[in-house]
Design a protein around this ligand. Structure first.
Ligand SMILES: C[S@@+](CC[C@H](N)C(=O)[O-])C[C@H]1O[C@@H](n2cnc3c(N)ncnc32)[C@H](O)[C@@H]1O
Length: 179
């Protein structure tokens, strides 16, 4: 993301939680850019808002207390990056997790909002209940994307048990030059 995002760009944090990823995105698109952040937990958004404010970047960020599957309702701009950090909120209620159906719906929306050359990064955790099913549905959906339009890769650890892994989706900048 640091290689791709530039001041003035638009990014989405689909799972704000404690706001760490939102802050990274806000730094990368400042000045002049915007970050839209979604979470279903109001208390998490309040905490994230305080933290981002302490870093002087709250004016760059719009925090929205809704599920990421509704992202199309909240802005009309095309976006340059979207980040998903799935699972439950560290330090929060472990029973409140992302859900495969809404995650896939958010991705469908997000892919439509992405600028050519834009990226979606998804950190996937499989250790909690429902995590493996989320991985299955996510990989089934992303594995079916048109390779002429999207490049979908996976970065996994070979020596770290049930560590999270990363999925990166790039919307091709042009159709020429790709296999
Ligand atoms: C692993 S945490 C995110 C961590 C966060 N990126 C950070 O830096 O702290 C996952 C978050 O996703 C949120 N979440 C679950 N379902 C969601 C949905 N449908 N839309 C948006 N956020 C959701 C949870 O409330 C939780 O805060």
């Amino acid at each position: 993301l640091a290689e791709r995002l530039r001041p003035g760009d638009v990014a989405v944090d689909a799972t704000v939680g404690n706001g760490n990823d939102t802050l990274v995105l806000a730094r990368l698109v400042s000045p002049g850019g915007r970050v839209y952040g979604f979470d279903i937990q109001e208390a998490a958004l309040a905490k994230a808002s305080d933290m981002i404010s302490r870093h002087g970047l709250l004016d760059v960020v719009t925090l929205i207390h809704r599920g990421h599957e509704t992202m199309c309702e909240y802005f009309t701009e095309k976006v340059d990056a979207i980040v998903f950090n799935l699972g439950y909120l560290p330090g929060g209620d472990h029973n409140i997790t992302t859900n495969p159906a809404t995650t896939v719906r958010a991705l469908e929306n997000g892919l439509g909002l992405l600028n050519p050359g834009g990226v979606i990064c998804i950190v996937v955790y499989t250790g909690h209940q429902g995590g493996k099913e989320e991985q299955r549905q996510l990989e089934a959906y992303l594995g079916g994307l048109d390779k002429k339009e999207f490049c979908v890769g996976k970065l996994d650890f070979l020596n770290r048990g049930s560590a999270p892994f990363l999925i990166i989706i790039e919307k091709k900048a042009t159709l020429e030059g790709w296999q």
